[in-house]
Design a protein around this ligand. Structure first.
Ligand code: SF4
Ligand code: SF4
Length: 136
């Protein structure tokens, strides 16, 4: 079993299609949705992880490719820009799962572990330097 992170952009034409249902039913995937934002009649975004065997995941990605959906494979919907981060540490106490942590108490260096991020978006409000951002 392997797990893949993806986030998807749905244009207006695709927002009402049961794509996640089909990932589960037809491709045997375990779907873990981190965050969804759908504006009926406009557009939608979905950030999720899918777990399954390699063959089913490959088939599922091919299935997604048959829709007018933009697929960002390998990414979550939250991004940490290392170049903007000044390691002030303000975000660390606001990050519930410890995805943003101080890894070196001497230098106070902050780092981001994307695998731990649950996309709560708290760091975006907490960061005075715009180092954390959301794809949607
Ligand atoms: S979105 Fe939430 S979980 Fe992810 S890094 Fe920011 S505060 Fe942590
Ligand atoms: S609040 Fe922003 S600048 Fe400060 S450590 Fe966190 S990501 Fe870096």
């Amino acid at each position: 079993m392997i797990t893949k992170k993806i986030y998807l952009y749905f244009p207006k034409s695709e927002t009402e299609k049961p794509i996640v249902y089909q990932l589960v039913k037809d491709y045997n995937l375990i779907v873990n949705i981190f965050r969804a934002k759908v504006t009926p009649e406009e557009e939608g975004y979905l950030s999720l992880e899918v777990t399954g065997n390699q063959e089913d995941i490959t088939r599922a990605f091919a299935f997604l490719g048959t829709f007018d959906v933009v697929i960002h494979a390998g990414n979550k919907g939250v991004h940490w820009d290392e170049n903007r981060c000044v390691h002030c540490g303000a975000c660390v106490v606001h990050c519930p799962p410890g995805a943003l942590t101080i890894v070196d108490q001497g230098t106070r260096t902050v780092t981001f572990n994307e695998d731990r991020c649950i996309e709560c978006l708290a760091c975006i409000a907490a960061c005075p330097f715009g180092a954390c951002s959301s794809a949607f």
